[in-house]
Every structure is written in structure tokens, then in C-alpha cells.
Design a protein around this ligand. Structure first.
Ligand SMILES: [Zn+2]
Length: 167
């Protein structure tokens, strides 16, 4: 790639290091022409295949936008959303896939969102999994209850009942 300073078409790698838990490599490069240094980041390309069949690069901000609405009025911060999107990306990259269907991105969101906020999870799941009846909500809620109970008193059980209205 061209040197971003002088457009010289050559550069020399002076340092390489693994980043983001092995999903990326950062290379420190030096331009032999102007002597300036710059950094490149190398990751495997990850393509999301939309329902229309069109592929687009995976984007954390799309994940965040997808769950933000479900988190309205909930105690979820921008940092929480950024962490969630990172976790989703790591899960998908960890699977080794270079392409993933948009539907499977949604699946990868469900788990971390449930741990983040159960009400937001129910909202997201109801749209994403197309809940059609009260029974669908009931079974999702009883699953949450079951998990909360099996977690026991390790301090990680939910602070609020999933049925409680958003404050
Ligand atoms: Zn240069």
C-alpha cells in the first residue's frame, strides 16, 4: 500500500504484533522514501449476507443500531453496547467463518444481550424471532427464570424481574 504521507508505493514492516485476541495483526511500517511511520491492521474480511443475497462488510455499528431500540429506557450505556458488539464480532470471527448470514448475526446477539439486560433481550428476541403470541413470551420468560434459578445465589442473578415494566 502507498505511504499515507508521500504516496511512495513501498513500505517496510518494522514491527508486527497480534491484536484483538488473535483476530488481527497490527504492523508498524516505515516508508523508505520519507522515513515516516504508520500502522496497518490486518483482519480476515468478514462478510454479512443479507436476506436479499447481497453481501456487505460486518459492522459493529450495525449491530449496535440493531439492538439500541430494544434497549430504550433500559440501564444500558453506550459502553455496554460497544462491548456487546465487540463480543458479537469475536464470537463470529471465533467460528472461523468468512461469511455469515444476517440471521446468524442476530443469533450471536441474543446471548450477550440476555446477559446485559433481560428486558432488552425479550424485546429484541420478540422482534427477531417473530414472537406471535403470549405463549412465545411465556416460554422465553420461563427460560430466563430457569437460568436465573440454576445460577443460584452467586450474585449474578438478575436485579429485576423480566416482567417488571421499564422504569
Ligand atoms: Zn513516505
Amino acid at each position: 500500500m502507498y505511504c499515507p504521507f508521500c504516496r511512495n508505493p513501498d513500505s517496510r514492516v518494522v514491527d508486527s504484533r497480534i491484536a484483538d485476541d488473535g483476530s488481527a495483526i497490527r504492523r508498524r511500517r516505515q516508508c523508505p522514501e520519507c522515513g515516516r511511520r504508520f500502522t496497518t491492521v490486518e483482519t480476515t474480511s468478514l462478510t454479512v449476507i443479507k436476506r436479499s443475497g447481497v453481501g456487505e462488510p460486518f459492522s459493529r455499528s450495525k449491530v449496535i443500531n440493531g439492538v439500541r431500540k430494544a434497549c430504550q429506557g433500559r440501564p444500558v450505556t453506550e459502553d455496554d453496547l460497544a462491548m456487546l458488539a465487540q463480543e458479537v464480532e469475536e464470537t463470529i470471527r471465533g467460528s472461523g467463518a468468512a461469511e455469515i448470514e444476517a440471521h446468524d448475526v442476530g443469533l450471536a446477539i441474543l446471548d450477550p444481550l440476555r446477559r446485559l439486560d433481560e428486558v432488552a433481550y425479550l424485546r429484541f428476541a420478540s422482534v427477531y424471532q417473530a414472537f406471535e403470541s403470549l405463549e412465545d413470551f411465556e416460554s422465553a420468560i420461563s427460560l430466563l427464570r430457569h437460568e436465573a434459578e440454576s445460577k443460584g445465589r452467586d450474585g449474578k442473578s438478575p436485579k429485576k424481574s423480566p416482567l417488571q415494566a421499564p422504569s
